[in-house]
Design a protein around this ligand. Structure first.
Ligand SMILES: Nc1ncnc2c1ncn2[C@@H]1O[C@H](COP(=O)(O)OP(=O)(O)OP(=O)(O)O)[C@@H](O)[C@H]1O
Length: 578
């Protein structure tokens, strides 16, 4: 499989980072990868993306704020920070963009927003609107601008004013469309508004450690230098194993944090030990809500809600996919909720070009990957999803053998290993990441070019989230799903997603109807999963040779370790004798 060696020569990755917004993107400017240089049109698009301050008026205002801030810091060092916030916003005159229902309706039409509920507040048309309508905190606004967030995305236009009006919300918006900030910005503002109260005021629940960590990092950036009074900074924590031990052993005060981000089990463990004071909790957010209320997590989410029993607790649910079963749950636990749908509920992000590739059988899948390489479609960074740990490992070994720059993440890898691999992938050092569904949701790798579903996902939701690792933050991306004879049922929901997302579909796909109940049951039973053949295109004899070679290498490593160990022991004995 020399073909993969093509990938290890020529192309270079810019190791400074992958944030296209900071001008650092994968650099294909050398060797064979020269052809992958962004076209003029793409460059123009990138420049447009980089033009954060399209509205010149905002630039002036931001500069005004900063100038005044430094002048005032010199003059009035002892002034109460919070009084200053209010005065500052009163002095600067902003023109809100959305002032009436007609403007709101035009804005909503522009992003296909379907908002239902009683007494729905107006959306914001810019972050400026927050200042006029909600006395938005100056520091928070500065932190947003310093992170280059100058205009709200559609889900942010809707969810921020609704949260600030204390409404429960159920929000569904495409992958990579800024849902994290959509709940973080108003939550932090709520905490600032409630600055007199000491103790935990907000909880964010996420299904995986990686996602919880990502939300925490984003939250730290946004809450930077925000003080709730002269000496008390706004305190945010990720509920890690060590923090939960410290809370349980009373090494840390249970009122220390204003906001905690956690996975369900870790939180329940701390709550049950009564190591967190929940008496002042005002907000709870379920990110990836459909996951948190599906059969794997529902008991845990229910337990959390049972333990958070403060009056008027505001609840929010966010996801890129909200099936009707989750809507029912939301309606049963929320008070007078507002339902926000951006785009089509069952569609994938429209920036993703989706493709289905028929491979006949398992061998065909490896051949299809080689073909992608030959056709120049295999442009890193790439994520490949498989349905099980065993299969992810097998593909990893297969591609490793071909000297591909690849690593694998699944539940059997330690948290440290997972974090290191993610870091390498983000920095561009690692080109291709193989994984199971542990990374299918929420994780924000900015510049991913291609997602490959090596195994067809079992549900439309899983498909939307997996392919949503590309095409984020307004960029475009590609998703290729490989399927075999065994997947004739499993591709049906995917074809539907493709149709809903406006993707081009072949004639035969048009004819495919929805799954019948019987077919759904069959799919759930995972028939194809049991019947899939091992991953390899290498003949059996070669595989045996490979295994033998691997055994010899391992054996030689073991012998060397023993010899080294003996040498150290004898040196220590000599030293003792002398
Ligand atoms: N207002 C904004 N302006 C520019 N970029 C933004 C804005 N809001 C968010 N982003 C960027 O968009 C990217 C995707 O955001 P985020 O991770 O919140 O997506 P998401 O909707 O939660 O996706 P998923 O459904 O996959 O979890 C991030 O890199 C984020 O920094």
């Amino acid at each position: 499989m020399d073909i993969f060696r093509v990938l290890t020569r020529g192309a270079a990755i810019n190791k400074k980072g992958d944030d296209i917004r900071k001008g650092n993107s994968v650099d294909y400017s050398k060797g064979d990868a020269n052809k992958d240089k962004p076209s003029e049109r793409e460059e123009h698009q990138m420049t447009k993306e980089l033009d954060f301050f399209r509205n010149k008026k905002i630039v002036l205002k931001v500069e005004d704020i900063k100038k005044r801030e430094s002048e005032e810091q010199d003059d009035e060092e002892d002034k109460d920070e919070n009084d200053e916030n209010t005065r500052e916003t009163e002095e600067i005159i902003y023109n809100p963009k959305i002032t009436n229902k007609e403007e709101a309706s035009t804005l909503r039409k522009s992003y296909k927003g379907n908002i239902t509920g009683d007494d729905v507040p107006l959306p914001i048309g810019s972050f400026e609107d927050l200042i006029t309508r909600f006395s938005f905190d100056k520091r928070l606004l500065n932190n947003l601008i310093e992170s280059h967030f100058t205009e709200p995305t559609p889900i942010q236009c809707e969810s921020i004013p609704m949260t600030l009006k204390n409404r429960d919300i159920l929000a569904c918006a495409p992958t990579g469309s800024g849902k994290t900030l959509a709940f973080l910005i108003p939550l932090l503002q709520q905490i600032i508004n409630d600055r007199q109260t000491v103790g935990l005021k907000g909880l964010i629940i996420s299904p995986t450690k990686e996602l919880a960590n990502q939300i925490f990092i984003e939250c730290i950036k946004l809450s930077n230098r925000i003080f709730l009074d002269k000496k008390r900074p706004l305190q945010v924590a990720l509920l890690s194993k060590s923090l939960s031990m410290k809370l349980k052993n009373k090494i840390i005060n249970d009122k220390k944090y204003d906001l905690i981000i956690s996975t369900p089990l870790r939180l329940i463990d701390v709550m049950k030990a009564e190591a967190l004071d929940l008496s002042n909790l005002k907000n709870i957010i379920f990110d990836e809500a459909d996951k948190l209320f599906d059969k794997t997590f529902i008991e845990q989410s229910d337990a959390i809600l049972g333990l958070c029993n403060t009056r008027n607790l505001r609840k929010s649910m966010f996801s890129a996919t909200i099936p009707s079963s989750v809507e029912e749950i939301a309606n049963s636990i929320m008070l007078d909720p507002i339902r926000i749908i951006i785009g089509h509920k069952e569609a994938a992000n429209a920036n993703i070009e989706q493709k289905l590739v028929y491979c006949g059988n398992e061998e065909g899948k490896l051949i299809a990957i080689r073909q992608l390489v030959q056709e120049g479609e295999f442009k890193p960074p790439i994520i490949i999803f498989l349905e099980s740990i065993t299969r992810a490992k097998a593909l990893y070994h297969e591609l490793m053998y071909d000297r591909m720059n690849v690593d694998v993440i699944h539940a059997e890898r330690t948290p440290t290993q997972r974090a290191k691999i993610i870091e390498r992938f983000k920095s561009g050092e690692l080109w291709c990441l193989i994984c199971t569904d542990v990374l299918a949701r929420g994780i924000d790798f900015k510049g991913v070019n291609l997602v490959i579903n090596y195994d067809v996902p079992r549900t439309a939701q899983a498909y939307v989230h997996r392919i949503g690792r590309t095409g984020r933050g307004g960029r475009s991306g590609k998703a290729v799903t490989l399927y075999t004879e065994l997947d004739s049922l499993a591709v049906k929901p995917i074809i539907n997603v493709m149709k809903q997302s406006g993707s081009e579909v072949a004639e035969w796909m048009e004819k495919i109807s929805k799954l019948t109940k019987k077919e759904k049951k069959q799919l759930k039973r995972g028939k194809a999963k049991d019947e899939r053949k091992q991953i390899s295109t290498v003949p059996k004899l070669d595989r045996l040779k490979r295994a033998r070679k691997q055994e010899m290498i391992e054996g030689s490593k073991r012998r060397k370790y023993k010899e080294d160990h003996k040498k150290v022991e004898s040196r220590e004995q000599d030293a003792e004798a002398n």
